[in-house]
Design a protein around this ligand. Sequence first.
Ligand SMILES: O=c1[nH]cnc2c1ncn2[C@@H]1O[C@H](CO)[C@@H](O)[C@H]1O
Ligand SMILES: [Zn+2]
Length: 352
Amino acid sequence: MDPLRLIPELPKVDLHVHLDGCIKPATLLRLASRQGMPIPAASEEELLQYVQVREDCASLTEYLTKFDFVLPYLQTSEALEQVAYEVVEQAAEQRIRYIEVRFAPQLHRSAGLTASQTIYHVVQGLRRGEADFGVKARAIAICMRHHTVSANLEVVEAAARYIGHGLVAVDLAGDESAYPAALFREVFESARSCGISITIHAGEASGAENIEEAVLRLGAERIGHGVRLREDDSILHLVRERQIPLELCPTSNIQTKAVDGWEAYPIRQYYDQGVKFTVNTDNPGVSGTNITKEYQVIAQKFGFTLGEISRMILNGVEASFLEPNEKQALKRDFESVLHRLGVYGSPQPPLN
Ligand SMILES: O=c1[nH]cnc2c1ncn2[C@@H]1O[C@H](CO)[C@@H](O)[C@H]1O
Ligand SMILES: [Zn+2]
């Protein structure tokens, strides 16, 4: 069967999506007007040039400038709840049944919210979305590379209070080329001592050595992107042996120039070598994508079959930061929906 036709129907997960990277243009206009803030565009169409990257985006640094535009509108409890709610709504439209939504508490405090309050309101929005759209949703709190160790420790401390209450992990994001993860060893040591799961953006704007640092010294259980893993055989071996899942975000990786174009995108190589990975969107609003398009583009470019795509989806369920019993239930749910659709996950070579 042509995978492209069935991809929209498949049950999916998205484990790597930024809250401030998927604001609907209509919502941004509404937030600006409700908050009495100026916005340099009168229509959704006009807004796109400010929120979406162009094809000639040169680097992650340039990609990240898009967030400066939306963040001022996302500083209140109402705005955070609303956009979190709408991420779940957008997920449901793509048949996503489980989503982990990440955001950086310290980027939403200019109107006086505490780090802990930002988490509270995002979780509230996600919960409302779960109830209305039937999608399971959890939050991840992001530490930012350009913030101080103490600002990031504050994020971990706030996150610790929400473990088991809607938040599942902490992350590190921002400009990887300017700020190596090693600067934040103390931050992630604190996360580990609180028993918080860790995922870290690494191997996106810098080389594979950042992935090694994240796994061996910071305690990352998953890697955000990790697309440059293949640049070092011994680190690739390490990640494969430990079955550390990479959260690949194909369209974003092409736009940030983490990889030199689709011909060089290593997803087929990783699949065939038994590197575990999941397919995600990163920032649907900034990248002009959604999870259906991500699977369609890789099916088209790399000839993945429905069985292989289902394997990636099931890898995503397995890689989720849910509690073991919840993960088991989600897995059963996915297997039964896939069974109904007549699709079965292929075994991924060469390890299983
Ligand atoms: O692909 C990425 N790599 C690194 N940082 C990112 C990426 N996408 C978004 N952010 C950063 O994470 C912040 C919180 O969501 C965003 O504001 C942006 O600065
Ligand atoms: Zn990201």
